[in-house]
Ligand binder design. Structure first.
Ligand SMILES: NC(=O)c1ccc[n+]([C@@H]2O[C@H](COP(=O)([O-])OP(=O)(O)OC[C@H]3O[C@@H](n4cnc5c(N)ncnc54)[C@H](OP(=O)(O)O)[C@@H]3O)[C@@H](O)[C@H]2O)c1
Length: 281
């Protein structure tokens, strides 16, 4: 366990969480709000303003959230290439990096893509949807990390202004990055790409701590969608079984936070909820 002064949660921090309007991203935001003791700027993003406001209400309703907490919501579609520059601008707007000792990026937002069909059933008419999927799930995390480093990394800073001494980049991955799931070709490929991307970031940025965290099966809209709409019958059955033992988002967010605080992982590693808790993978 890291000593108190070096604890993950003990420094004034800024944390950007994508996909914080529901599910796992919302739970991570709530957990962060509770745990940071020396001040936290939480920047939350998603497409639904209403759901983001619900996340803020849940944070505010929690009496254990410390007073030195600011929450900022940025509404936007991370899949829309024509508005992405503006959205990134809004995300980092008004952040003074010299005010924070720890900067955190949680690349959580994601989608399943088309899970209704096998690879052999894709055609050229699917190209626009494939491009949208890979923009949201792979290109966007890459560009966000790049922007994050340009704002917070000492190496990127032209001035002698203070920068956070600690940088953490977490992406929410899946076991799908390493096992084949029939009719989930796009999702599996996207997650494998994201894992590779974050391994490379870890190699290129030794001053940052990088983690690919697989949250396990979690009761969210995404898992319900997978259970109900998988094209492959075996996959649909497996996901029905998985759903029965899925955990609540709060549980996996709490396990992630404890793991980050323990700080014993190899930067760039893919670590599953089950690896940490002993639950079946
Ligand atoms: N649930 C599981 O069992 C499970 C297992 C392994 C990995 N994961 C991963 O965990 C992450 C979170 O998933 P979840 O289960 O919490 O799903 P979820 O409840 O459906 O939440 C997905 C989040 O991503 C955001 N999002 C989706 N498309 C977006 C877009 N185009 N632009 C901006 N934001 C977008 C959604 O916000 P809006 O709807 O407001 O846009 C929402 O906040 C994903 O990367 C997923 O692959 C989940």
């Amino acid at each position: 366990m890291a000593d108190n002064a070096n604890s993950f949660f003990a420094k004034p921090a800024v944390a950007i969480v994508t996909g914080a309007s529901k599910g796992i991203g919302r739970a991570i935001a709530i957990e962060f709000a509770k745990r940071f003791t020396e001040g936290l700027l939480l920047v939350l993003t998603g497409r639904s303003d209403k759901d983001l406001q619900e996340t803020v209400s849940l944070i505010q309703a929690d009496s254990s959230s410390p007073s030195k907490l600011t929450v900022r919501c940025v509404v936007g579609d991370l899949q829309n290439q024509s508005t992405i520059q503006k959205l990134f601008g809004n995300l980092f707007e008004d952040i003074n990096p010299s005010k924070y000792d720890h900067a955190i990026l949680i690349n959580n937002a994601g989608s399943t893509g088309d899970i209704s069909k096998y690879v052999r059933n894709f055609g050229l008419n699917d190209l626009p949807e494939l491009q949208d999927f890979f923009f949201l799930n792979v290109n966007c995390p890459l560009l966000l990390v790049s922007k994050f480093l340009s704002v917070f990394s000492v190496q990127e800073s032209a001035s002698s202004e203070k920068r956070p001494s600690r940088l953490t980049i977490v992406q929410i991955t899946s076991l799908a990055a390493v096992i084949p799931i029939k009719s989930w070709s796009i999702y599996c490929t996207g997650k494998a790409s994201r894992d590779a991307l974050h391994r490379i970031i870890a190699a290129e940025e030794p001053s940052a701590r990088v983690l690919s965290y697989g949250p396990g099966p979690v009761m969210t809209d995404m898992l319900r969608h997978g259970r109900d709409f998988s094209g492959d019958p075996d996959t649909a059955n497996n996901l029905s079984e998985l759903y029965k033992r899925a955990v609540q988002p709060q549980k996996t967010a709490s396990v992630l936070c404890n793991f980050l605080e323990e700080d014993k992982y190899e930067s760039g590693a893919h670590v599953e909820f089950g690896d940490i808790t002993g639950a079946p993978r």
